[in-house]
Design a protein around this ligand. Sequence first.
Ligand code: PLP
Length: 400
Amino acid sequence: MPFLSDTIARVKPSPTIAVTVMAAELKAAGKDVIGLGAGEPDFDTPQHIKDAAKAAIDAGKTKYTAVDGIPELKKAICAKFARENGLTYQPNQVTVGTGGKQILYNALMVTLNPGDEVIIPAPYWVSYPDMVLLAGGTPVTVAAGIETSFKLTPEALEAAITPKTKWFIFNSPSNPTGAGYTRDELKGLTDVLMRHPHVWVMSDDMYEHLVFDDFEFTSPAQIEPGLYDRTLTCNGVSKAYAMTGWRIGYAAGPVALIKAMATIQSQSTSNPCSVSQYAALEALTGPQDFLVPFLEAFQRRRNLVVDGLNAAPGITCPKPEGAFYVYPDISGCIGKTSAGGTLIENDEIFAKALLQETGVAVVFGAAFGLSPNFRVSYATSDSVLEEACTRIQRFCNGLT
Ligand code: PLP
């Protein structure tokens, strides 16, 4: 009898780890490595949020809490949805978990049965397909390539829906592309979903606040109220509030689903960290003005990186609407040989050669389900990004 379960055999370790490990090894060996792989802001958590956490500790808020969130935080989340998204939820429709990741995982675990399909536009955040597999479902990836600015078309969504489709996972702005759907583009998708009442919508709005150039963020249940009863609107404080380590995510949706998610949480992790919940409460209810300099920096860096990458021969880099990633296409580099003698057969080999020959660590596109590309996280300083672009240009100029 094998010791490890069939469940764990269904999933693979994160494909991004190979690049991360290699980058760490090169760094340890004294090589000058620039890491553009991290999926988190380089900013510190705003001071008023840290102060709220310290006050919570001093006030003894260090015990178990209600399994899926303290009432004050649930109330603040309802207020946030009303204020920012025009969505009306009651506290019993809200759940709080240990990061956005646990929220998505709980929802899939309590809804998927063997054979149930989940539509995931590709490129996708690496965890979606594996979470679906862990929960016993079948991921159905649908290509949303550079020709449609990395956005799923209504036709492609329609074609992917079957009687077995349980969820459609929607992520705008997206990790890994930064692509954000306009109101009209999203309406095109919600119109399709209205024709298929058995399909639920999991909207992962994690990058809601990180949008540029007056882009208007919208969420499916806001665009199409007819989807309200079958939409789970997911969000969290990790990215916009520079709180990745605090581990607070949340969602709102129909009561029966939210209750089931609380049940699975009660039998796995129990409440998310009490202190972090008070920090998240301050994040959602306190001043939001720190976001202005965050956004200015991210927008400036996005422009810098898009220009820098487009100056490299063989690379085409669209300018995304949000998040802190770009996802350049490297079709023009495939089949060439690097100055160090590596034949660039695919994006994984490209990323490895780039790291070995220039010290720039990026994540290859195959990890996100769409090739040949790589993902750059530009959540690092302008000077580091400038140096990285210079090295990438040199690498591409050396391809023959
Ligand atoms: N959703 C997307 C699209 C993400 O990129 C991430 C983090 O990388 C998450 C969810 C999970 O966020 P958290 O750190 O709150 O678990």
